[in-house]
Structure formats: C-alpha cells, structure tokens
Design a protein around this ligand. Sequence first.
Ligand code: PMP
Length: 361
Amino acid sequence: MAISLDDLPLRDDLRGRSPYGAPEAKVPVALNVNENTHPIPEDVAHDIVESVARAVLQVNRYPDREFTELRESLAGYLDHGLTAANLWAANGSNEVIQQILQAFGGPGRTILGFQPTYSMHTIIASGTGTTWLDGTRDEGFRISPETVRREIERTDPDIVILCGPNNPTGTPLPIETIEAAYDAARGIVLVDEAYAEFMPSHVPTALTLLEGRPRLLVSRTMSKAFAFAGARVGYLAADPGVVDALRLVRLPYHLSSLTQAAAVAALRHAPEMLAMVDDIKAQRDRIVTTLTELGYEPYETWSNFVLFGGVDDPHGVFEKLLERGIIVRDLSIPGHLRVSAGTEAETTAFLDAMRDIRLGA
Ligand code: PMP
C-alpha cells in the first residue's frame, strides 16, 4: 500500500502542488506538447548512431564533465560571436532553467514571470524554493516595454523570466521588451527561447543583446527545431561568469557521453535538421488561416504551435478530436485550445476534423 503525500515529511512549500501533467496519450496524431513531429533525416540518424556507438565503447569512463566539444558545436551553431566559454548545456532546457534558479534564486529570492507561460517555470520555481511573482500581461497576451518596466518596478524581483515566443500563446516577445527588462531589473533576466528557430528569419533574437549585458541569459533547446526532444539537450548562452555560477550547482557529469555524442553529431547536420522548420512554419500558417476561416480566433504565433480562442466548449472539442485519434492541448484557458503544427498530413487531419466539428458532422 502506498503512503499518501500528506503522511510524508514533505517540504511545507511543496504541499498541495501539482506535478507537470501534459497527458502522454498514444494516439495517431499527437499535437499536444509542441514536439517536432517530423522524424529526423535517415542519413543524419545513421551518423548519430555511429557517433553514439563510438561513445559506447568508452562508456566505462565518466563523460567529459565540461562537454567541451558540444559547447564548441553549440557556439558554432548560434554564431553571434559566441564561443564555448559563453555556452552551457544540460538535459533539456528545463534542467538549464533549474540550474539557473538554483544558482540565482532559491529560498528568500523571487522570480517574476508573466502567465500564461510555460508551466515548468512555476514548477521549477517551487522546486528550488524561489518565490514566484505574477506579472500582468497586456491585451492579447503581449508584453510591451512599458509593461515589463512597470511590473519590474512594482515587484523588484531577483530574476525576471520572459518566454519568447511565449508558450502556450505563441505570441512574439519584442526585442525592445527584453532591453527594457534588462535596464529596469537589478538581477538576472532570463529569456526562454525554446522556439526561436520558428521566429520570422529577419527578427533579431535575444542573442543579439548579449554583448555588454552580463545579467542577460538566453536558454534554448534542441527539442523543437532539431526534433531532438527524446535526446534531452537544452543549452544556455550567457556571459562566461554566468557559466561559472552554474558549475557550482550542476551535478558532476550531468550530461552523459551518449547524449554529448548524439548532440554533437546532430549539430554537424544543422542545415539538414533545420530544413523541416520551414515546412512546420508553413503548416502553422495554414492552421492560422484555416481556423480563422472556420470562425475561430488564432493568435499571432512565432512558434511551432497555435493558440486559438472562440471555442465554446474547449473540453468538448478536445474530446471530439481525441475520438478521431488527434490530441491537442486543453490548457484550461477559457474558450481556448492549443495545437502544435505537425507534418502536412497530420495538420490536414486536424483541420479536417475541426471543420467537421464546426459543421456538427
Ligand atoms: N521552454 C519552453 C517555453 C518550452 O515550451 C519547453 C518544452 N515544452 C521547454 C522550455 C523545455 O524543453 P526541453 O526541456 O525539452 O529542452
């Protein structure tokens, strides 16, 4: 018989909290967790397997604790004048964010974020004992420079976390908002750019602001654009001093040699891996256009998913889609659902189902 949480000597600040809970339903068309649903190209897969196979032959040894080759590869991929000294990585950007809060947050410290945003931000705050402060967004889930300044002045946080493009809304985070946040904040400003590769290509990302801003941190992931969610590789670009701070909290050898080998091999094929990004952006734009035609209200999105309003009964629509083998995300935002852009076939299945549901078919 399992003991209940109430009967365990759990930390008081964790009582009553809920774990991360995206459903893991096995259905033919899974568009609920913003994965890249395109399989990686086969020649890339073979190269990754060969690299991992070589790493297995030395798996009796601990991995390179500094994952130098991976950091060099990531710096090369990001460009922007960054070197390995500016780069850090961990098992998903979730772990990167956790390490940042371990180093710069913790008991007695605060973090300002703007909900609705990525649900792990609050969960990592509570796991590290950092007090979450809620900022208020503008109309349409946006954050203007004036708003971010006002909210930072109101709350005086130790850390500001911004998500651009924002999950679950997909909405852009203007570069001016990041600059204003940095100028107004006395502490760390972390920009979670998990979906950066899906932004319009002419738009500057937070990486362009790093020079001369040592308190600015930019987290990224290989889970989305690189279709590498299962490998668990997230990373950070920041001042080398910030990387030193993360060394104080990381567990030794936290990135396995197999992970390092797989990620370095994938980064060797960056252009081929990223070729699917254009297709995903096209499917995303098709979702926006078609849902608008059907009378729903999709938000402008710079990511690989679409949040749409105008849904009278989100839970009912969710269930009807599920009956058709399609899973989307019901985030409990009244009147809204979120869907990830899939392959052309998956996206068509979703849009056809939405049309049928709209027509009551
Ligand atoms: N940040 C955002 C905004 C996300 O949506 C996600 C994944 N859904 C992550 C970070 C975490 O990604 P990972 O840990 O796979 O790198």
